[in-house]
Design a protein around this ligand. Structure first.
Ligand SMILES: Nc1ncnc2c1ncn2[C@@H]1O[C@H](COP(=O)(O)OP(=O)(O)OP(=O)(O)O)[C@@H](O)[C@H]1O
Length: 873
């Protein structure tokens, strides 16, 4: 095979066809070119089987042959290649072996050493075919980029050898100490399931002994952590030397290798297993239990995260980055660059289709059930009921998130701690709605801090805040990180980036454009302001920003080591086992329901406007019906038409019933139509922390149902009370008013359920109003009061889906609607739903209730769509 001799600036290299040669500024490359226009890893030259080939590696300023920018081109003796500029960029001259001197031994050795590194990287895929845009010409890499920052080196070192830094008890720790649960790479780049650090303490377990773990002081192993139940789990050391962990019906669950044990279930454990109880993890080390307490100082990394949506489009592309403990990371990027998608992938809300998220070297996706408790997420919208006081909002959140066996006093104590930590104690009795935007964000953070998460994610916490509040919130986050947590914030505000440890810049299309210290970022892009950088993103959307990043020195310094591990394809594996990932609920169903009802009642009670409307609306709707022929009753007209033999219709009865039915429909649906959409963010977040969907839905049904039924009673009582009614009902004898009001009340309830369906279906609250109006008008049409439905094939069957049809029919059986509103077109026919019989009344009421229940199922179904993917059943 022909060797090729490459000449540059008087130096020569003999290229051997057996391997590729990396060209660029990287001192570890084969041919090192010290020119600012040349990228860190600019291009490779390799033997392509037939001829030599030069391939651009996503360089910023391009590779040129005969004045043309090339991506991939065959070359040979006599060719000349320019790097970085077509005319005056460094010129590589190629000649046949023998025509020039070979490479020096030093250069050869250097090239060999760099060879492996060159293969660890991936070349970006594509580059603009036209000339480089203007901004590229301005490109120059700041000098400081040549230096490896101390902090990063230190972290990388720690990532590779965590235990060498902190192993005071190493002499007590047998094989695990020498092979700690560090990020040892397994074949294929998998990270071991267990990633904890040095033990916090050791506990002796005698053979044949049982060691109970829990929060209560009487346990042998007391874990003072509110996430742990009073009597949480037991370690059994059998006389024959085997060990077993048994859950004692704990509320937050006991985990083995990240997977929850069944409630009161047990599992045999060996030295390689890791048992999770609240913030503590336990391992068996030489017959003893080593305990590690997660106090928040955790490293965090993402590797090769790729999210693909239906249709195969990638909206997040191969995102890798990592940060040590106590880090504050900001994520910025233009709209649509995948920041929210990244946040969902990092928090496990919507796991990436490819790639891993490592929480202190433990795979978050695989151990989500356990690790989700250590993650706090503050969405963009407040996760609080604004009508409540700060203290009350935290009280209900604590009640829902802490195990059922925590006492009021314990919860109060923790609430007091977070209020003091976030300097909110002076505001604790204020309503959330009366706080400033920044204070409100603090309350959302406080709520997440209740359970002491080690990782906190925030989605645009400063949007809508003035610059002063922006700074306050960012400083708050800085403080949280300094106190020993890892904080990642997605933000649109670039004013306070300097206080972050690392900055991740997302490019259009969902790829990384930069990751590294914030102070070096603008230099990296070659601009003086972020506005210019974002304009460049907008103007050069098709440019390969990711390729530019991967060809950069910063990539080598801050991401290449994380990127070097092969991506893990796993979406099917995770999605196939949703059952295994579903975490236990800290509270029982009934307890959640009770708390939710109390919270909902508190919210409603503090909303005086809503309370007033719930009374005024039915009162007005009932009262307007009184204006219709006030002196006429709701009885069958005694006059009979001699020609048809039918009673003369009582138009007053049908109109009054129509108005009351529509009033109940409107009041019921109006009560609920905004209810789910307005607290969707709260629901999403609470669902991820263990809220039961059915308990949530039931709390709405019970509270709103009660209100609506009472409103229905009011509408019925006002509307019917002053009218002349039959002396006897079909069901309740003399209580005709009540018998007539019951269908109105049931109609209100079912309409309320329809309102919930709308609320669970829509994407924004604004869409609820048109749908509410449409619903009410459709109900008017299908009451059967405006025209006879019976006998009209198709329309009649369709009307069975309308609650107003059944409610009017039920009241109509009592009033004998077949005589009040006879079918004059077809005198012999009557509507069976209106038959003046008890059976028909029950049938109509039953159908009304069944419609309501069906709506309940639909709501549950639609609610599922707004849940974190891992929580969907
Ligand atoms: N489920 C989905 N199916 C198809 N495309 C999606 C889906 N979710 C998001 N996208 C698209 O992916 C891209 C990234 O969306 P994402 O919301 O993550 O961006 P973002 O950076 O958070 O934007 P913004 O700053 O405006 O909130 C957008 O173009 C969006 O339209």
């Amino acid at each position: 095979m022909p060797e090729l001799v490459l000449e540059l600036n008087g130096q020569t290299w003999t290229l051997d066809p057996s391997r590729p040669y990396a060209l660029g500024r990287d001192p570890g490359g084969d041919v090192v070119i010290d020119d600012a226009r040349v990228s860190w890893r600019h291009a490779t030259i390799s033997w392509g089987g037939r001829s030599w080939v030069v391939e651009d590696h996503g360089s910023t300023n391009g590779t040129f042959v005969q004045g043309h920018r090339i991506q991939h081109m065959e070359i040979g003796p006599g060719s000349a290649v320019h790097l970085g500029n077509a005319t005056d960029g460094p010129r590589l001259s190629l000649a046949a072996a023998g025509a020039a001197a070979g490479a020096t031994p030093h250069q050869q050795a250097h090239a060999q050493q760099a060879h492996a590194q060159a293969h660890a990287q991936q070349a970006p895929a594509q580059y603009p075919q036209q000339g480089a845009p203007d901004w590229q010409q301005q490109q120059h890499v700041p000098q400081q980029q040549q230096q490896q920052p101390q902090q990063q080196q230190a972290w990388q070192h720690q990532q590779q050898q965590p235990h060498q830094q902190q192993q005071p008890q190493q002499q007590h720790v047998p094989h695990q100490a020498q092979q700690p649960h560090a990020p040892q790479q397994q074949p294929g780049g998998a990270v071991p399931a267990h990633g904890d650090r040095s033990p916090t303490s050791f506990h002796q377990v005698a053979l044949g002994h049982v060691m109970r773990i829990g929060r209560a002081l009487e346990n042998e192993l007391v874990v003072s952590d509110l996430q742990v139940s009073r009597h949480h789990a037991e370690f059994h050391a059998t006389p024959d030397g085997r060990f077993e962990i048994r859950d004692l019906g704990s509320h937050n669950g006991t985990y083995v290798n990240g997977q929850p044990l069944a409630k009161s279930g047990s599992a045999a454990i060996g030295p390689s297993d890791i048992v999770g109880v609240g913030h503590s993890t336990f391992r068996l080390v030489d017959g003893r239990l080593s305990e590690f307490v997660d106090t928040g100082e955790v490293s965090f990394s993402a590797r090769h995260l790729t999210v693909t949506v239906d249709g195969g489009k990638q909206i997040l592309k191969d995102v890798s980055f990592g940060v040590p403990e106590k880090s504050l990371v900001a994520v910025i990027g233009p709209s649509g660059s995948g920041k929210s998608t990244l946040l969902k992938a990092l928090t496990g809300y919507r796991p990436a289709n490819q790639g891993d998220v490592l929480y202190d070297n433990r795979n978050l996706y695989k151990q989500f059930a356990e690790l989700r408790q250590r993650i706090g997420l503050v969405p963009q919208d407040d996760i609080l009921h604004k009508e409540l006081t700060v203290k009350k909002a935290l009280k209900y959140a604590a009640k829902l998130r802490f195990p059922a066996d925590t006492s009021e006093q314990e919860r109060e104590q923790r609430i007091g701690e977070v209020l003091r930590e976030l300097k909110l104690d002076i505001h604790k009795d204020k309503k959330v709605t009366s706080l400033s935007g920044g204070q409100r964000k603090r309350v959302s953070v406080a709520l997440e801090l209740l359970t002491k998460p080690s990782l906190i994610f925030l989605d645009e916490p400063t949007s809508g805040l003035d610059p002063g509040m922006d700074r306050d919130v960012m400083q708050l986050l800085r403080g949280l990180a300094d106190d020993g947590r890892t904080v990642l914030v997605v933000t649109h505000s670039v004013a306070e980036l300097a206080i972050c440890d690392k900055l991740l810049v997302m490019a259009p299309g969902g790829a990384v454009a930069y990751f590294g210290p914030p102070e070096e970022a603008l230099n990296f892009f070659g601009y003086s302001t972020w506005a210019d950088v974002f304009s460049a993103f907008e103007n050069y959307r098709e440019y390969d920003w990711a390729g530019r990043w991967k060809g950069s020195q910063h990539y080598q310094m801050y991401a290449a080591d994380i990127d070097a591990v092969a991506p893990q394809q796993h979406s099917q594996q995770y999605m196939a086992q949703p059952q295994a990932m579903r975490p236990p609920k800290p509270q029982g169903w009934g307890s959640q329901l009770f708390t939710l009802i109390r919270r909902y009642v508190s919210v409603i009670a503090s909303d005086k406007g809503f309370l007033a409307l719930t009374v005024i609306l039915p009162a007005v709707l009932g009262a307007v019906s009184l204006l219709i022929d006030p002196d006429k009753g709701l009885l069958v007209n005694p006059t009979v038409n001699p020609q048809t033999g039918l009673h003369v219709p009582n138009g007053t009865a049908t109109t009054v019933l129509l108005i009351l039915a529509v009033g109940a429909c409107f009041a019921g649906a109006a009560n609920s139509v905004r209810e789910l959409i307005k607290e969707r963010v709260i629901y999403e977040r609470e669902r991820a922390t263990g809220l039961s969907r059915s308990a949530y839905l039931m709390s709405k049904v019970i509270v709103l149902g009660t209100i609506t039924v009472l409103q229905g009673l009011m509408v019925g009582a006002i509307g019917f009370a002053s009218r002349e009614l039959p002396d006897e009902g079909l069901i309740l004898g003399g209580s005709v008013l009540l018998e007539l009001s019951l269908p109105i009340m049931a109609l209100g309830f079912t309409a309320m359920m329809f309102g919930l369906v709308i609320s669970s279906l829509v994407k924004t609250a604004e869409k609820t109003m048109p749908l509410l109006v449409m619903f009410a008008i459709v109900q008017v049409v299908f009451t059967g009061c405006l025209f006879i439905l019976h006998g009209t094939v198709g329309v009649n069957q369709f009307s069975f889906l309308m609650p107003s049809r059944w409610a009017v029919a039920a009241a109509g059986t009592t009033l004998d609607f077949n005589k009040i509103n006879p079918n004059t077109d077809d005198p012999g026919s009557t509507d069976p739903l209106w038959d003046h019989e008890a059976l028909s009344w029950f049938l109509d009421m039953g159908a009304l209730i069944v419609l309501g229940v069906l709506c309940g199922f639909l709501v549950a179904r639609f609610l599922r769509r707004h849940e974190p993917e891992v929580m969907r059943k």
